[in-house]
Design a protein around this ligand. Structure first.
Ligand code: PLP
Length: 396
């Protein structure tokens, strides 16, 4: 078996994207800034890609689309731009949430050192940010609200249009990190009151190293990279043309199948959730209904997520342990802690993230393998032993 179920980390390049990109690695190598025909042919393709992206996210025209090196750069540029706009008006307060991606959280930490005040809202226990909590956090001096569209670990979908409406009413800029949502959920920046939006190609079967920052008309962006006048002066450097063409192709392809994938991938997700919840002392993290079609995040009491991940890898199943455990830190996921999962339980978490390339047969193999491995690990777990003897109390 070779089952890839770590699509929240990155996805396989779609055939549509690969085919669209190929000529731009080959004969179509002109620089779009050049006046000659080899450059202008590529310039036309770049313009078309920009139009395609604008259409896919409901932007009225393509002038708000800036191509970047990915989700991280887009998040950085969106937040820094809004902070600079705010600072000019004496507004130095930013509202965000505790369970954002580090591209957002670390940018906010940097701004805090530069004198901004940051309010991080706690999500509800189900992994949703309440609109009321955003309303309460916004002040006279708030420059920006930044709330992710869908969480990358627990897949919960936030009430973006409603949060956007609060921001519009209060005259505050609204940014959303839509990296996990794009290509998987319908997005309409105008209808959802979104001023700034980040997306990244490799999360919807496009290539790595390319993304988009959408900015509503009239919002000036701060350049993070100085140089030539590419991207209307918002981002210098010769454009990553194969990447941009691949992004647009992958996005158009993904958007055309959102409804079908929501149904089909959602059915595989639900089968896996039901199967895994048969395991005793197991919880599903994040709201059951408002979650990405491909996201499953569960915690098993008494075991370590890393051991689970590695044993599943041996069985040909690629997943994530949903914890930020690296060789240098043993901290459990900040997302799970933010929604109130007890620390010891957060350590035993597993994220399975599906795509349209997964099947129901794979779901059954995943369920039986996880059941087997959890039971093996519990058999040798001193923590599980203590729970059984009553030396330690069950928390789930
Ligand atoms: C992957 C991810 C990012 C970072 O995107 P890159 O293109 O890898 O820089 C940012 N935010 C979220 C929610 C993500 O899932």
């Amino acid at each position: 078996m070779d089952i890839y179920a770590d699509n929240a980390a990155t996805t396989k390049l779609s055939r549509a994207a690969k085919n669209a990109m190929f000529p731009y690695f080959d004969e179509l190598y002109g620089n779009p800034s050049s006046l000659h025909s080899k450059g202008q042919t590529v310039k036309e393709a770049l313009n078309k890609a920009r139009d395609d992206v604008a259409r896919a996210i409901g932007a009225k025209n393509s002038s708000g689309i800036t191509f970047t090196s990915g989700g991280s750069e887009s998040d950085n540029q969106a937040i820094i731009s809004a902070a600079e706009i705010g600072a000019k008006k004496g507004k130095k307060h930013i509202v965000s949430t505790e369970f954002e991606h580090h591209a957002v959280l670390h940018t906010l930490e940097r701004l805090e050192k530069q004198g901004f005040e940051i309010t991080l809202i706690s999500p509800e226990r189900n992994g949703i940010i309440s609109v009321e909590s955003v309303k309460n956090a916004v002040r006279e001096d708030t420059a920006l609200v930044t709330v992710m569209y869908a969480n990358n670990e627990i897949g919960t979908i936030q009430p973006i249009a409603e949060i956007g409406a609060v921001c519009r009413e209060k005259g505050v800029l609204f940014h959303t990190d839509a990296v996990q949502a794009t290509g998987h959920l319908h997005i309409d920046v105008d209808a959802q009151n979104i001023d700034l939006l980040s997306l990244s190609a490799h999360k919807f079967h496009g290539p790595k190293g390319v993304g988009v920052l959408y900015a509503k008309r009239g919002i000036p962006l701060t350049r993070l990279i100085e140089g030539g006048g590419q991207e209307k002066g918002r981002r210098a450097g010769t454009e990553n043309i194969p990447g941009i063409i691949g992004l647009a192709a992958a996005l158009t392809d993904a958007v055309s199948r959102i409804d079908k994938n929501t149904r089909d991938v959602g059915a595989i997700r639900d089968r896996i959730i039901d199967g895994l919840l048969e395991i005793p002392n197991t919880i599903l993290n994040g709201d059951r209904e408002n979650r990405l079609p491909g996201n499953i995040n569960v915690s098993f009491e008494g075991i370590e997520g890393e051991s689970l991940l590695l044993l599943l890898d041996d069985k040909g199943i690629t997943v994530s342990s949903s914890s930020a455990c690296t060789s240098s830190s043993l901290l459990p996921s900040h997302v799970l802690l933010a929604i109130g999962v007890p620390r010891e339980v957060a350590h035993g978490s597993l994220r399975i993230s599906l795509s349209e390339y997964n099947t129901l047969e794979e779901a059954d193999y995943i369920i039986s393998s996880v059941k087997e491995v959890v039971s093996e690990l519990r058999d040798i777990s001193p923590v599980w032993d203590d729970l059984g003897k009553g030396v330690r109390n069950h928390v789930i």
